[in-house]
Ligand binder design. Sequence first.
Ligand code: NAP
Length: 488
Amino acid sequence: MVSRVIPVDPFDLVVFGGTGDLARRKILPGLYRRFRDGQIPETAQIIGAARSDMDAAAYRKQVAAALGEFLPARLLDKTRVQAFLDRIAYVKIDATGTGGWTDLKGKMRTGHVQVFYFSVAPGLFGGIAERLHKYKIAREGARIVAEKPFGNDLETARALNETLARYFGEHQIYRIDHYLGKETVQNLMAVRFGNMLFEPLWKNQYIDHVQITVAETVGVGGRGTYYDKSGAMRDMVQNHLMQLLCLTAMEPPSRFEPDAVRDEKLKVIRALEPVREGDIVRGQYLAGEVGGEATPSYLADVENAASLTESFVAMKVHVANWRWNGTPFYLRTGKRMKSRLSEIVVRFKEPPHSIFDEDTGQSANELRIRLQPNEGMDLSVTIKEPGPGGMRLMNVPLDMTFAEALGEEATDVPDAYERLIMDVIRGNQTLFMRGDEVEAAWAWTDPIISSWEAREARPAEYETGSTGPEEALILMHRDGRRWRELEA
Ligand code: NAP
């Protein structure tokens, strides 16, 4: 396979929070990979911005260390790393103060795309936006990238949208949800809208149900205090799972263009029915063992024995429109589960009439879209079991694992972050959330969370390394369905 790398325009990219965890783990290594592949021009400038007192040389050392830590050694060609580090500057700046802003302005070059990446706590977004405007740093075409979480509920999301809108137009705001940058997620659109095969079947008449799972094996770890104020619903469902649901359920957009795609996603969110109380299961993990090591319970992790926050949620969701009437979407996400896995499973209906005997082993087709691990898709189809012994049927996957299909190059498939950053520089908002989309998602999530809070409902317990609480299995079983096994 020949990869086509189309270089982006020369740019100045300022990473607010350039010394933070996200910058070190994802943003800077991602930029290096794009630079190494020749997609980033040699004249680009990346400026780290944070309060820490250091000069550019010290910051470059930090960046070099981050590349060493988060990228495989085979990608770290000495000359390319040095050429990349030469593109890096640093400004000591306080998002809430006056220091550093004139300095930053001095580093901005005319004729270059301007990107300001807000990789800091959301509470600082407003202050940064205001100062970029006040010090006349951001020009007309500047773009800002806002990290998650985008608000904590409808009210805070709206306030944040309003604050940003004071200084930037919607066409300049890139709200990032890195799930949308994943290769498979975009492939979901390619498969649905680039083939004649699937779209005619993509409806309640042929699809029994859809399952969306995002399971993690880690606990809340060091993020306990933050997580306990948020929970799985706010941290995962309102954004990542909702985005996956939208892409699966949306109508074909007229074009693969930002507003055409986002309009269709928004219609899905607006078509979501309120979830019935009995259709949601919440859970908290118990103490257990991972890899032979004892792990604490959720309550111990967040140091709050009275916490009612969920580390797991499963729910049955209905999209109230012609296409999906009667075909439910089951969502589940949780921490400390059996495997780390993200996938969408589209389960088709059984053939209306079977010509084969009942015990031949026929089962329904399933399209499985795997986001991680092993990004790819497989479609299970029924075939005759080879060999003698009469008509016995078996299900085999037609497998499109990227690692196999693309060979060596699959290991170099861009990470979601690097793809999205390149889209920002290109000025393409298709894979970013629009303000009204985020607000609609909160408008759907808020009443569910408030009802839990009003009832002071205690989540069910579940074992570490399990598939979640028993009640989540029952949620499916009572409809005569079952979750797909949590296996990679
Ligand atoms: P972090 O490790 O705590 O880093 C925060 C960064 O902000 C540091 O560089 C810090 O540097 C800087 N900072 C703090 N206060 C500042 C101020 N007043 N003025 C200027 N800079 C300031 O946080 P993170 O994990 O990188 O997360 C950053 C953002 O990304 C957050 O919104 C988070 O929710 C989001 N996010 C993170 C991840 C992840 O995997 N880490 C994933 C998804 C979303 P100084 O202390 O030197 O100022």
